[in-house]
Design a protein around this ligand. Structure first.
Ligand SMILES: Nc1ncnc2c1ncn2[C@@H]1O[C@H](COP(=O)(O)OP(=O)(O)OP(=O)(O)O)[C@@H](O)[C@H]1O
Ligand SMILES: [Mg+2]
Length: 264
């Protein structure tokens, strides 16, 4: 099946490393773009440990999932869940049962979901490690957003991920540094922004501060759309705006920001 997604920008949220905030970034970026009036389809492509339904607080409401669409592309519309309380945030959960899927089959399934939802943005959350979504074709993926946390091992993974994605023909790669610790960058205990860009060789799209509210929200099942006052909210807003072509300073609105040079 050829994918007709010319009006949809598909973002692959990825890193070879697990546990560094891919799902958190995918969900919050999706909610932020939707709040800006964009129609967003979030797709959980982490078949091993699906979790976006939990982060989005809709785990008890999902009836159909990607497994149904893999079995029958005609089920795409049914597998798209409209998040309550939002106008334009749509979601497709990963299969509830473990499912083996090849890259062509996955691309077809995602294509069917995009055709059915007609979003402005499709955001694909992926598993850590060398998973199948890293091999999705450049005809489907417009931008790969590589997430790295503020640690050396994560930066090395970002570099490796960028190499793999480039070899696969994905032209646009962007870096999001998550859980950025302003204090340790300032006193030199951890890398500054320039060093992180230098190590990963990927242009920076944004910085998300370490934010306990994100952690607690996930643990307490607080809906993502209710996190508008969180410390990290301006960071996601900056990233979303940059994706829509606005020029926004990297630290705009971040509460820790005092003097730009301190964190470089
Ligand atoms: N900016 C942040 N500030 C504080 N905690 C965060 C931040 N980003 C993510 N976390 C927390 O880190 C943990 C891992 O995040 P998340 O599940 O998004 O990572 P992941 O890369 O998707 O993991 P996996 O590889 O297992 O899918 C979660 O408990 C999440 O709440
Ligand atoms: Mg995840």
């Amino acid at each position: 099946m050829s994918v007709n997604h010319e009006n949809c920008r598909t973002l692959l949220i990825t890193s070879c490393k697990g546990g560094i905030g891919k799902s958190t970034v995918a969900a919050n970026l999706g909610a932020t773009l939707a709040a800006m009036g964009k129609r967003v389809l979030l797709i959980d492509c982490d078949f091993g440990s699906r979790c976006l339904d939990l982060i989005l607080g809709c785990e008890n409401e999902i009836v159909y999932d990607m497994g149904d669409v893999i079995a029958d592309r005609g089920q795409a519309e049914k597998a798209i869940f409209h998040l309550p309380g939002t106008d334009n945030l749509l979601f497709c959960a990963a299969p509830a049962a473990m499912t083996e899927v090849g890259k062509e089959e996955l691309a077809d399934t995602i294509g069917a979901l995009i055709e059915a939802a007609k979003p402005d943005f499709a955001i694909l959350d992926t598993a850590g490690g060398l998973s199948i979504p890293l091999l999705l074709p450049p005809t489907l993926i417009d931008t790969a957003i590589i997430v790295a946390s503020h640690q050396p091992v994560s930066m090395r993974a970002a570099e490796k991920t960028a190499t793999l994605l480039s070899a696969n023909g994905i032209a646009e790669l962007k870096l999001v540094v998550n859980s950025f610790d302003f204090a340790s960058a300032k006193d030199g205990r951890r890398a500054g922004i320039l060093e992180m860009i230098d190590r990963s060789h990927v242009p920076l799209l944004g910085i998300v501060p370490h934010d306990e509210a994100l952690l607690h929200a996930q643990e307490r099942g607080v809906k993502i759309t209710e996190l508008t006052n969180a410390l990290s909210a301006p960071a996601f807003s900056n990233i979303a705006k940059r994706l829509t072509g606005e020029q926004v300073p990297i630290f705009r609105g971040l509460r820790y920001y005092h003097r730009r040079n301190a964190y470089l």
